[in-house]
Design a protein around this ligand. Sequence first.
Ligand SMILES: [Fe+2]
Ligand SMILES: [Fe+2]
Length: 378
Amino acid sequence: MNRQFGVINEDEGASGRVLRVSVFSGDNNFRTSSLEALEPFYLTTVFDNANGALEEMTASPPSAVAIDMELPPAGGADLIRKFRANAALSHVPILAISDSKIKESSEEAQQTPADYQHERPLLKSKFLEIISIMANKSVERSWDQLPPLQATVLKETVNVFKKSFSGVRDGRPLPVANIEKSCEPMIEAITNNQFGDILRGVRDHDDYTYVHSLRVSIHLSLLGHAMGIRGDDLKTLAVGGLVHDIGKAMVPLNILNKPGKLSEEEWLKMKAHVLHSKKIIERTPSINHGVKIIALQHHEKLNGVGYPYGIKGKKLNDLARMATIVDIYGALTDRRAYKPAFSIEKAMPIMLDMKDELDQGMVKLFRDLLMEAAKLEE
Ligand SMILES: [Fe+2]
Ligand SMILES: [Fe+2]
């Protein structure tokens, strides 16, 4: 029943890593540093030569592969050729690592095209960044197998999310019209109870902030729909969910993607995302008031212990109360590299215990709604 919500079971282990990455290099130092860079985020396997590796990977293809062009015994180009000729592995994104830049016009590049290439030295942070892009390409390509509506929701929201994130980093306002447009197919999917595939499809994506934001957007719209919200107001919930954490674009990446607990100082920088959102919203005059409430008040609690404003009780309207509940549910049931997702059964008692902090009428409605939707899939 967890499948409906894109939640994985906790018995998958203490780590929430699901994407596989393989690294091929004859260089011991490079293999060690690759493991250090990638292991916290991906199920990483390193190979010191090409012998027998293909057979091992055909059974469960990796989401990204890095190949040292000096790989024994026959060189990296030979292995790339074998990947391309293997039906199960031909679409796996490949990064070629070489001593000097491979010219695109060179015979080597023409005959054994890798998707990405980088010359040595390859810094760990850069390596991680390239692998993440490659892994996301694999996940996004898998969306082509979904029915058209669900595939459209995922493709359009990921595009608009990436554009919004990079745009606000450059000081631009939010592209409100584009975001609203991307939410229309999502609302259609929610209204027709076709959101299960979307939640499952986004689960393995490697951009955690996008995954969390899309899940919040879907759950917030679902809760609103159950409360009788329709039309433009329902769109406000979908848009609000998608951009509620937009200020995280201004949080340093090493904090945002840290595979573990944040220090006190890092936590303060993370909490500042709401204030960053405020600035972004201030330079986006076309933004709707409801979206603003969701973005600025989704960490407020009924008893005033929330942040950043400590707003209390009746001063928190329905939108803020709904956003806080859905955001906490999202955080509990999101999968992170360092933790598996909580099941609904584990998340809900925690929220039902937050009696002073959350609107319990809404928590119960949300729980019933999630359980009901899950039953439809059994
Ligand atoms: Fe937030
Ligand atoms: Fe959030």
